[in-house]
Design a protein around this ligand. Structure first.
Ligand code: LMG
Ligand code: NDP
Ligand code: PMR
Length: 399
């Protein structure tokens, strides 16, 4: 009943406190202050710092690669002015929803070449065309995150293309709210955590070195998170709640045979598995930050883009939910954002010079201004982040 009341009177949201700090609802579009303005990037200095290393790496293969790849961080224009080369950004799951809207927003600037990493090539091609993206601004490459072989093949092809990698966006996800029984990835991991977390974990580990070698002024690894994985919010308290427990299911391989399909070892619940996977995404971002930010200069970030209630994410939900969810979010919670607006938000995290701070979980307030949000206790638990990292390494064959 608390949830119901809160849904109807958003300004009186109230959930039990978690840990020692009070509950925070900054995740909602109704709460929050922009803290981003003070962060300023210094692009020029890092550009020159990385240039030599980049040219050394890329030079040898450059001659054989496509015309779209650019040999140096700057290129000369006709009037002799130097301009920044196009950035190369990989976006997983760019065939619909947030990923597509972000690809479109970045492509439209003319400053980015978007590599749309998608499991359905034809769907991605149609989506790019109907979004009005012009051919010179994107490349579609096959990637099925539910298969680690496919992830490895994708990485090999990308490396062979000779293209630099400036930003990687881990965006793709599946959500199975109505599934009664678990389904599994090619390697036998429960599908939501297997795709949303483990597939992306392997992908980003294998591409980290490419990001590191990029000479782009600000190189970034972004993993899309969500409010529903954060139990310090109202949305995160709608049952079933995210909870990774002691990770016994993850340790057992999430295979539903000799181990549970759920991270916490409990009975299968598709909605919980999705929320758990988002907690893993947010913890992984922070673990990357702790392990690699200083050494590599890469910005690691996560975000909640707002409730994009119209995307394909809800394709498996019952028709009544799909009908009522958008007006519910628009008029009752006021957390609704359009795909276009959400795409602009993620595009900011990719390229805005003021969003270079690493280790941050970004959200936007009701005026669409970005701010650094607080994660729930579990989604910022350093010990759990390390354990998930280590268990995930074993599962994907990195350790
Ligand atoms: C679980 O249920 C599912 O079991 C699981 O499969 C998975 O989907 C998981 O988190 C995902 O959810 C969670 C359960 C939470 O939610 C529900 O049972 C249904 C909630 C439906 C929410 C979206 C639709 C809301 C429609 C509002 C009306 C539309 C208005 C249009 C605009 C009008 C403008 C004036 O359950 C709880 O946490 C219990 C909380 C109590 C429910 C409070 C409901 C408040 C909203 C008013 C409800 C109106 C009744 C509509 C019935 C819709 C049924 C789908
Ligand atoms: P969509 O379903 O529209 O997009 C998800 C994308 O992921 C699709 O392109 C889908 O491909 C792709 N995908 C799914 N499985 C795989 C796979 N095995 N390999 C490769 N790609 C795959 O949903 P959204 O745009 O809403 O979701 C995008 C991100 O935003 C997700 O990380 C989600 O958790 C997050 N998010 C969404 C919110 C929302 O309200 N919608 C709120 C908060 C976060 P295909 O087109 O082939 O199905
Ligand atoms: Mg939620 C401020 C309130 C708020 C916000 C921002 C969201 C976002 N939701 C809110 C409130 C509520 N939701 C309330 C009060 C209810 C009970 C009626 C409710 C229910 C609900 C359901 C059943 N909400 C949902 C579902 C889903 O199936 C979605 C989900 O959990 O997917 C995992 C969902 C979502 N609500 C959100 C967001 C962003 C989602 C989409 C999923 C995601 O995290 O990506």
């Amino acid at each position: 009943m608390a949830l119901q009341a809160a849904a109807l009177v958003p300004s009186t949201f109230s959930v039990p406190k978690e840990g020692k700090s009070g509950a925070s609802f900054k995740d909602s579009s109704l709460f929050g202050v922009s803290l981003s303005d003070h962060i300023k990037a210094d692009f020029t200095s890092s550009a020159s710092r990385c240039k030599r290393e980049f040219n050394h790496r890329i030079g040898a293969v450059r001659a054989q690669t496509t015309a779209t790849a650019t040999p140096a961080i700057t290129r000369s224009t006709v009037d002799g002015k130097k301009t920044l080369r196009k950035g190369s950004v990989i976006i997983t799951g760019a065939s619909s929803g947030l990923g597509l809207a972000t690809a479109k927003a970045l492509a439209e600037t003319g400053k980015w070449h978007v590599i749309m990493a998608c499991r359905d090539f034809l769907k991605a091609e149609r989506a790019a065309k109907s979004a009005g993206m012009s051919k010179e601004n994107y490349t579609i490459m096959h990637l099925d995150l539910a298969s680690l072989d496919s992830v490895r093949q994708f990485v090999d092809s990308y490396k062979r293309s000779g293209r630099p990698l400036d930003v990687l966006v881990c965006n793709a996800a599946v959500y199975q709210p109505t599934a009664k029984e678990p389904t599994f990835t090619a390697e036998g991991f429960e599908l939501s955590v297997g795709t949303n977390h483990l597939g992306h974990f392997l992908l980003s580990r294998l591409l980290l070195d490419d990001l590191k070698q990029s000479d782009y002024p600000s190189k970034r690894l972004i993993i899309v998170g969500s409010i529903t994985g954060n139990t310090n919010t109202l949305a995160g308290n709608v049952p079933p709640k995210a909870n990774l427990g002691d990770l016994r299911g993850l340790a057992g391989g999430l295979n539903g045979l000799n181990s549970s399909a759920m991270i916490d070892g409990g009975d299968f619940d598709g909605a919980k598995a999705y929320k758990d996977s988002k907690v893993c995404n947010m913890l992984t971002m922070q673990e990357f930050h702790r392990r690699f930010h200083e050494e590599t200069g890469i910005t690691f970030a996560s975000l909640y883009p707002g409730c994009i209630a119209t995307t394909g994410l809800f394709r498996e939900h019952i028709p009544l939910f799909r009908l009522l969810f958008p007006p519910f979010q628009k008029y009752i919670t006021k957390g609704f954002v359009s795909e276009e607006e959400a795409g602009k938000r993620l595009a900011q995290v990719v390229s805005d010079p003021s969003l270079t701070k690493s280790g941050v979980y970004w959200s936007w307030n009701k005026d669409s201004a970005s701010f650094e949000n607080q994660l729930s206790q579990e989604a910022s638990d350093q010990d759990k982040a390390r354990k998930i990292w280590e268990l995930s390494e074993k599962l994907v064959g990195l350790a």
